[in-house]
Write a protein that binds this ligand. Structure first.
Ligand code: 2DT
Ligand code: MG
Length: 212
């Protein structure tokens, strides 16, 4: 059909602890892909621009208190409200680089003590990434990098728990990138992975759903 004529974009997700370098690498990846002429956008979750996102932002900066289940569902709702636009962008050929996704959702809430299956449930039916890259760094090493801000979750002991849940969540398709290496090395590794994926998607790799 007409709508299948255009090669689709790839859904690329970067995950990792706070201060693992995700945002820096996402920005570098965006200019790399744009430089090659690929239609690309950089997204991030939480998306603090929406109404739901503003509630999340207030919670993260300790301006509001919410039950752990409630904030979990808001993070999920924040992805659901972007789902149809995400699908449309991918299907019309835009590659999306996404800074945090459902894995952050599950890892952070599980680290607070919520059941992992309960955490995964509201993510079911969201679009599955074509590639998950995990920027691997120890919580101690991450904390040394200019330290944390004063948002919720930015504490070494908590980040250690988050790292354990990321371990539990990851499967063999994840690319584990050593984020302790020089920025340029990390950048090159990410580029290799992404170029392969962008090609696969353009050649018709089907878009899948979480968690299957
Ligand atoms: P940033 O510092 O990247 O803005 O993230 N988080 C994030 C969750 O607890 N659940 C989620 O679903 C997502 C996407 C990770 C702000 C903090 O929010 C956490 C760090
Ligand atoms: Mg942060």
């Amino acid at each position: 059909t007409e709508s299948n004529a255009k090669p689709r974009g790839a859904l690329i997700v970067l995950e990792g602890l706070d201060r693992s370098g995700k945002s820096t690498q996402c920005a570098k990846l965006l200019s790399f892909l744009e430089g090659l002429g690929h239609q690309t956008e950089l997204w991030r979750f939480p998306d603090r621009e929406t109404n739901v996102g503003q509630m999340i932002s207030a919670y993260l900066s300790n301006k509001s208190q919410l039950d752990d289940h409630t904030i979990h569902l808001l993070f999920s709702a924040n992805r659901w409200e972007k789902r149809s636009l995400m699908e449309e962008k991918l299907k019309t050929g835009t590659t999306l680089i996404v800074d945090r996704y459902s894995y952050s959702g599950v890892a952070f809430s599980s680290a607070k003590g919520l059941g992992i299956d309960w955490c995964k449930a509201p993510e079911t039916g969201l679009l599955a990434p074509d590639s998950v890259m995990y920027l691997d760094i120890s919580p101690e090493r991450a904390a040394e990098r200019g330290g944390y801000g004063d948002e919720r979750y930015e504490r070494v002991e908590f980040q250690r728990k988050v790292a354990d849940f990321y371990q539990t969540l990851r499967d063999s398709s994840w690319k584990i990138i050593n984020a302790g290496e020089a920025m340029e090395e990390v950048e090159k590794k990410i580029q290799e992975v992404v170029l392969d994926k962008v090609k696969e998607c353009a050649l018709g790799k089907p878009l899948n759903l979480l968690w299957s």
